[in-house]
Write a protein that binds this ligand. Sequence first.
Ligand SMILES: N[C@@H](CCC(=O)N[C@@H](CS)C(=O)NCC(=O)O)C(=O)O
Length: 228
Amino acid sequence: MGGHIDCYLDCASFYGTIAFNYLLKNRKLLAGHDVDVEFHPVFLGGINVGSGNKPPWSLPAKAKYGQFDGDRAKKYHNMEKISAPDFFPPLTLLPQRALCFIKANHPNTTFEKTWARFFDAMWIDHINITVPADLASVLAGTKLYSEQEVEAIMKATQEKEWKDKLLANTQKVLDQGAFGAPWFWVRNAEGVEEPFFGSDRFHFMWEFLGIPWQDIAIIPKGEAKPKL
Ligand SMILES: N[C@@H](CCC(=O)N[C@@H](CS)C(=O)NCC(=O)O)C(=O)O
């Protein structure tokens, strides 16, 4: 048995976009270690309410510190183009339900390409994909779907089946102990499972999965830093 990473994300999450990109970038290396990655849509607002947590930016001290941490994370991951849109915090039920439908009906590459586009739309282009017309136009702009398929996705965002699916995913992580995003449920080769939280805990994840890694080791003066 190999390892498996279930990654739970909401496109409202800044650190979620970082984790998503990082995992995609490392997917081939992970596969080489017999570890696969699967992404699941959740509703971060529901995770906050259900766990009794509050978004970090809603506590002044955390918001202040978050500026530093956010800028450092962007630099570290070479993602300096991302920034919060002026409609932050977005109520992402619509795009997250759309992703539930897309995962079931257009799995694998199409699903992940759409998610990548949602993150970019939100965090780079600052398009408010919580507004139905904007969501539909971003979907159409991916060129991954026909006009009829875009209509079907938009219709699904109002259907009980996909509202329930998003709720079920969100409840699942709450039952696992989630209090924010990105949230991960990871199984190693021995079949042991553990939760991880945040885009800054991958070294612990690799350790748990038994994957060799190097990163924060100090490099002797004069020697070059290896590329991420
Ligand atoms: N240190 C984590 C922070 C992750 C984070 O702050 N996530 C937000 C959403 S973008 C959250 O849900 N936070 C809940 C909390 O920190 O209690 C990282 O670098 O990824």
